[in-house]
Design a protein around this ligand. Structure first.
Ligand SMILES: [Zn+2]
Length: 445
């Protein structure tokens, strides 16, 4: 499989560091808002990567963190008059609920920053000992100028960053580029004891500490949204590589943003679409189809028209699965090879989705002998792309099948009047019956 590596700016052949095991770290949500479709794009990208690595026979050790302590979480807690833990738990539950509904595979762990304060403090101490960190008034900063490779992921140059940065925002920093590792707490804020006084971790250090704790010094793949490349991932590299003296991640995989009218979806811009609302309107498979129709490295401009198109696309797939129900067959190996060819090329889901639609079209034209093979092949591909088809529909199916059979018997006996009445009743429930020389087929509207 070829995978685009943000670090080398090239597609590279993916090979794990050791044998068949693949370690993957994804930056998860800051628990201060409801997940919106932009967050879900990142989660679906990690899901596709996770599933396809498994498909290729790898054992995937995926870690997705939650930032449960942060300025934004504290602000939200103050606004709501609640404890920050209550806020974090609420949004974590909401996230995990929608992730389940979207059939996104669970990671090995969902660690929270506050569960790793000890590791975070140790890591900051290590950086301090190596003289890459300094303390001022209870805050601890990373000294960016000392890390020679700073900017290697984002392609930014320290010189340009410095001249572009405004006057020191924080008077305690020696250099405007330095970033906080440990933050002194204000009296009302949640805090932990540390060698630098009461405080809490900075955002970037959390990920370095958790990635190291669960996955070791060097990990195979680090992922996240492209908005995290700078400064978050750049800072993670600086911290981790300074501490261990080893490369932090071999591959950096970033999905592009989901924008609304050209702007990044975010709470502060008030243009976000909570995924829960969207799932009230659309089947989770439709949302998955909508996202996977775009390559993960291309931006998506959110638009409901496209979602509606995805909904009718999904309906077409479901109808074919219903029509071909019960027909057995073998996988078409050439089509499976096509699927692998698309996916091996940097997770080419648009091609894989297009292939699924080609199969539906071919399947609809196929004779009785071959329709089952198209069905099997389609189910195989959709399943590996994480679509969850048939659960509710299959519950419905046996009953409809039975009614259609009874109606056919009536037609055979010449009772067309009753047969038509049954058809009319089913139509009212969104079930359409089509009669042909072979018998009858049904589809859901
Ligand atoms: Zn992170």
């Amino acid at each position: 499989m070829k995978l685009y590596n943000t670090l080398s700016r090239e597609k590279e052949d993916f090979k794990p560091l050791k044998g068949k095991e693949v370690s993957v770290y994804y930056c998860g949500m800051t628990l201060q808002e409801s997940p919106h479709i932009g967050h879900i794009r990142a989660a679906l990208t990690s899901d596709i990567l996770h599933r396809y690595l498994k498909y290729l026979g790898y054992e995937v050790n995926l870690i997705v963190n939650f930032t449960d302590i942060d300025d934004k979480v504290i602000v939200k807690a103050e606004e709501e008059g609640k404890d920050y833990r209550e806020i974090a738990a609420y949004f974590e539950n909401e996230y995990r609920d929608v992730i389940g509904r979207l059939n996104i595979l669970e990671p090995a762990f969902y660690p929270r920053a506050t569960q790793h304060i000890e590791e975070i403090i140790k890591l900051v101490q290590k950086l301090e000992k190596k003289k890459f960190a300094y303390q001022k008034d209870g805050d601890v900063f990373f000294s960016v100028r000392k890390f020679k490779d700073y900017g290697k992921l984002s392609g930014k140059k320290v010189k340009d960053l410095r001249s572009g940065s405004r006057i020191k925002v924080n008077k305690n920093k020696e250099d405007p580029l330095d970033f906080v590792l440990w933050k002194k707490a204000k009296p009302s804020e949640p805090a932990w004891f540390s060698p630098w006084g009461k405080g809490r971790p900075g955002w970037h250090i959390e990920c370095s500490a958790m990635a190291n704790y669960y996955l070791g010094d060097t990990i195979d793949i680090h992922g996240g949204g492209s908005d995290l490349i700078f400064p978050h991932h750049e800072n993670e590299i600086a911290q981790s590589e300074t501490a261990t003296g080893k490369p932090f991640a071999k591959f950096w995989v970033h999905n592009e943003m989901l924008n609304i009218k050209g702007e990044k979806m975010s709470k502060s811009l008030l243009n976000f679409v909570p995924i829960r609302d969207l799932l009230g309107e659309f089947d989770p498979n439709v949302v998955r189809l909508y996202i996977l129709q775009a390559h993960y490295r291309n931006p998506i401009d959110y638009n409901t028209e496209m979602l509606k198109q995805a909904a009718s696309g999904w309906e077409k797939i479901v109808n074919f699965l219903n029509i071909s129900k019960g027909a057995g067959g073998k996988l078409f190996s050439n089509l499976i090879e096509d699927f692998e060819g698309k996916m091996n090329e940097d997770l080419g889901t648009p091609g894989a989705v297009a292939l699924a639609f080609d199969i539906v079209n071919e399947g609809l034209k196929a004779d009785k002998k071959e329709i089952g093979s198209f069905r099997e092949t389609l189910s195989f591909i959709l399943g590996n792309l994480g679509f969850d088809f048939g659960k509710e529909k299959q519950e419905l199916s046996p009953a409809i099948e039975e009614i259609v059979r009874l109606r056919n018997d009536l037609r055979d006996e010449g009772d067309y009047g009753t047969a038509d009445r049954i058809r009319a009743v089913l139509e009212k429930s969104g079930i359409f019956i089509q009669d042909n020389s072979q018998g009858s087929i049904w589809r859901l509207k």
